[in-house]
Design a protein around this ligand. Sequence first.
Ligand code: ADP
Ligand code: MG
Length: 827
Amino acid sequence: PSEKISDQKKVPVKKPSQPAVFIPVDRLPEIQEARLKLPVLAEEQVIMEAVRENPCVVLCGETGSGKTTQVPQFLYEAGYASGSGIIGVTEPRRVAAVSMSHRVAKEMNLPTQVVSYQIRYEGNVTSDTKIKFMTDGVLLKEIQTDFLLQKYSVIIIDEAHERSVYTDILIGLLSRIVPLRNKKGLPMKLLVMSATLRVEDFTENRKLFPSPPPAIKVDARQFPVTIHFNKRTPLEDYTGEAFHKTCKIHRMLPPGGILVFLTGQAEVHSVCRRLRKAFPFRKGNTTEVDTSEATRKFKKSKQKKTVSLPRIDLDNYSALPVDEGDEDRQAGIGEEEEDEGSDLDLGDDPGDTEEKADPSIPLYVLPLYSLLAPEQQAKVFRPPPPGTRLCVVATNVAETSLTIPGIKYVVDCGRVKKRYYDRVTGVSSFKVSWTSQASANQRAGRAGRTEPGHCYRLYSSAVFGDFSQFSEAEITRRPVEDLVLQMKDLNIDKVVNFPFPTSPCAEALVAAEQLLISLGALKEPPHTGRVKDLERAKLSSPITPLGRAMASFPVAPRYAKMLALGKQQDCLPYVIAVVAAMTVREIFEELDRPAGSEDESSKLAQRRARLTQMRRLWAGQGASLLLGDLMVMLGAVGACEFAGCTPKFCEENGLRYKAMVEIRRLRGQLTNAVNAVCPEVGVFVDPKMTPPTESQVVCLRQIVLAGLGDHLARRVQEEEILDPKWKNGYKTPLLDEPVFIHPTSALFKTLPQFVVYQEVMETTKMYMRGVSAVDAEWVPQLLPQYCHFGSPLETPSPWFCSSTGTVKCQCSSTFCEYKVCVCPKLM
Ligand code: ADP
Ligand code: MG
């Protein structure tokens, strides 16, 4: 175990345990020539021997050494896909899964029916597929239907160093699946591939691999990269700095591609625009698409009136049918994108006139980020037009997953955008923060692939010294309720004992089980009631039938609960649309962004007024208004679909086009998932759904409450306010500070007594997002698990126990003969 990785390269040669097969591949000569230059080719024999001799192998090597594109080909040629099993390769990013499958198909001269991909929404897998690239979420979902993954003879977990949550869990699961398969006489191999970063997390983790797997290191030919630090203290305006640095490189330095690292899609576009303006190359053409008066029509379509208002039945949920082998369930679960957050196009940036270009060599500027359309992404791999210099402006997707040819200069902003989540309060925020030293070095390395290169760091060496050494695994900084539910669905009851490469902290696991118990997805096992016993019991709660149904939906558990309840009152199409809209980030253009100039400010004010008007229209009035921001989402989805979901409609109405397209896809996927769980309902996607009736809106609000119950907030009454900061504030069980309804929310003027919210985001204040009003008497009936029952005097402390927070309950429970006092237990 104490051996260095490089010492483990020599694997003892024994006689092969499997007959040597060779499946010929007919590659084009130029491909063959290019691949012979890849460092991984030199190690083919060592790798294949290690794979033959060991059930699990770790392979690490510099980015660009050929791991992703070549190792699946080695396995194919050695016959691992010639029997009944195929070769599966997982990637943490959709971009990589798609582009790598295309690349390998091309290199092998095979059609995409044979070398295919599957990502959350799409794929081209056929019965002829031999090599399948997929996102890690897709494979995790497949394990749910076939724990032994019998269709695969080899699984390659690629980019393991990224430490994405699903990758981590897959490695944990496969460390158990592989021995099981081999015991059953169904041989299977696992290959974990990683950049040269902290491989010990996998090889030295005895809980994961009781006997250490061999680690093979591929030495890449890396040309020296000269690092240039900024002298100045880092600026706030690092995108401006990146722009200027790129201009300087282009004007003053010899030929060679430039790769610029920024943190998100909006920044990438802004810098691309400025560069294109400074070094014009060619004009882009835009297509004009007609839109109908969709919004008006959507609102105008007649609403039916019903007299009696319904109450949803919490026990009336969709149950899982016996047949679990439905293809639709292969879809990935909640894959993360690195480009999360505010991705709005902010219009032209001011101040891009001062850099005057040397027009002699045009700059060929390309953006690169996860959500970019595949055709656009593929452009970075092609040689730039003759006589131009390539400049790729990218997010950290270019850090390890994709290798762009011909890069000689790297401009590194040193930052990364991450979602932060406070486990205690549940407050999320997006923060751009410094990256790690390992990441910064990885970025620099991109410049030395084909010849010596230069990396320009837009920060000082002192700042670099303060970076953490490695980026922390994602699993340690996000809520884990979705993972816990997925694992329980795999009948892993004691999630604490799971062999995670890095374990989530125990608190996070307890919080997750607690939430899932509250949602009815897990059943609290019997316990003595002592605190310690309780904790232990809670960490081994088995899954319920409702939990199984919820686990089959590719959304977070709170939303899955809504889907499971959605069949009542024919609400499913609406629940699906609302859940899809809540799952996709940032569908609306931000209304409160600051203006750059006075002129812009008046234009912006006009636009703001118009968009606010539009959102008011979507929210409707009376009953539907109480569904609040979720009604606005529903209205936006309906209106957008009415218009045929065109970029023009979205632009005019302040919707993010990509988000709307994603919502459309997700609606289709959720519809399939619901039909699989509950075939008798038979929902279908009617893009142009009519608006919900009044009673359906009530039903929807209750369904939302049932899912978001732990996100309940009560408005603080005037007489309770001691500190003015609480004015118009809401109290939540977990926060000491007030939270607020955002001025752009549909319920900003209404200020209902009780609301549920999708999440709390901290910006200038703590704002609730996705707010929907709740009728007070629903709380004890629909969320008894969150309530203490008793008179206000008996439970003197907390929260709802002010006179105004006491609600009269009309249900028949014996608790409720008196006034009930509703105090969330979460305190
Ligand atoms: P690794 O997985 O070790 O980082 P890859 O297998 O991704 O390495 O890349 C090996 C080589 O193949 C790189 O030099 C890269 O530039 C090239 N390559 C990868 N994808 C493409 C593509 N779509 N078009 C052209 N070249 C590519
Ligand atoms: Mg790779």
